[in-house]
Design a protein around this ligand. Structure first.
Ligand code: T3D
Length: 257
């Protein structure tokens, strides 16, 4: 079904693997379209309770495939029709989305990692705001997410200078949820993904939504939205299970309902 990505669901975890390793998983129109479809597929599959986005081979993603770029292309249109839909699909996903950054994340590859909820990073990974080196601005919501995650001054430095940063430096900047040794990376990602897949999925979706609501909402309006969200969470089976498990002094078994 997919040609430029691989898609697998095991134990409630959907793994989307960008699969053009000879080009360091550079993004073509087809890859962008398949990635959007795969995220949508994972979002709407009730069996899926966590999503992992990773890269095949030694890279996470090297950004736009520069061999695919035609002179005179209207990049604004490419962003509107190809990149923005992917970012919106990731943003709309109510399941936890984990970027498993196995190697270099450059350009729009960096942006994809930023759009995810968690960044699990191999100690062999690097991050580079490659855009400025080819006279472009960081896109695919890169400048939207980066300052929120690491602060404006550092985000500006990375975007303007385009210097490659190591996994360790990314960790110091707060870009990294967990840093793992490359040898243990797949195993650690699997364990982390399984862990979040067993959490109360509805509450996770609501936490994601309301965290973002707070960015552009006045406090009174936010408090009203929060009440609505907590009403939904409070009616979930997982909430009941959480309370029963606490009272019965046992580990909760959440079903994502
Ligand atoms: O189109 C629009 O709408 C605009 C949107 C733009 C969004 C963007 O993402 S702009 C930024 C695009 N990306 C880049 O500029 C990054 C280019 N790549 C690099 O700077 C480096 O390759 C890396 C830092 C990512 C990795 O360096 P290194 O030394 O580990 O690997 P390498 O030797 O440079 O690359 C290995 C191969 O992958 C090589 O091919 P070859 O020589 O073995 O046949 C290289 O050409 C290919 N490759 C790497 N990145 C890309 C790529 N091929 C096409 N597009 C790439 N982005």
């Amino acid at each position: 079904m997919y040609e430029t990505i691989a898609y697998d669901v095991t134990d409630g975890v959907a793994t989307i693997t960008l699969n053009r390793p000879d080009k360091l998983n550079a993004i073509t129109l087809q890859l962008n379209s398949e990635l959007r479809k795969a995220v949508k597929q994972a979002s709407s599959d009730h069996e899926v309770r966590a999503v992992v986005l990773t890269g095949a081979g030694r890279a996470f993603c090297s950004g736009q495939d520069l061999g695919d770029v035609e002179e005179g292309t209207d990049y604004g249109e490419v962003l509107r029709t190809s990149y923005a839909p992917v970012v919106k699909e990731i943003d709309a996903c109510e399941k936890p989305i984990i970027a498993a950054v196995n190697g270099v994340a450059a350009g729009a590859g960096f942006s994809l990692a930023l759009a995810c909820d968690f960044r699990l990073v191999s100690d062999k990974a690097t991050f580079v705001e490659a855009f400025v080196h080819i006279g472009l601005i960081p896109d695919a919501a890169n400048l939207y997410y980066l300052p929120k995650l690491i602060g404006q001054a550092k985000a500006l430095e990375l975007a303007l200078l385009g210097e490659k940063i190591s996994a360790e430096e990314a960790k110091e900047l707060n870009l990294v949820t967990r840093l793992f040794a490359a040898d243990d990376f797949e195993e650690e990602v699997r364990a982390f993904a399984l862990h979040v897949a067993q959490m109360p999925t509805k509450a996770i979706g609501l936490i994601k939504r309301y965290m973002k609501e707070g960015w552009n909402t006045s406090l009174p309006a936010y408090l009203e939205k929060e009440a609505y969200g907590q009403r939904i969470a409070g009616l979930s089976e997982d909430h009941q299970e959480g309370v029963y498990a606490f009272m019965e002094k046992r580990k909760p078994v959440f079903q994502g309902k």
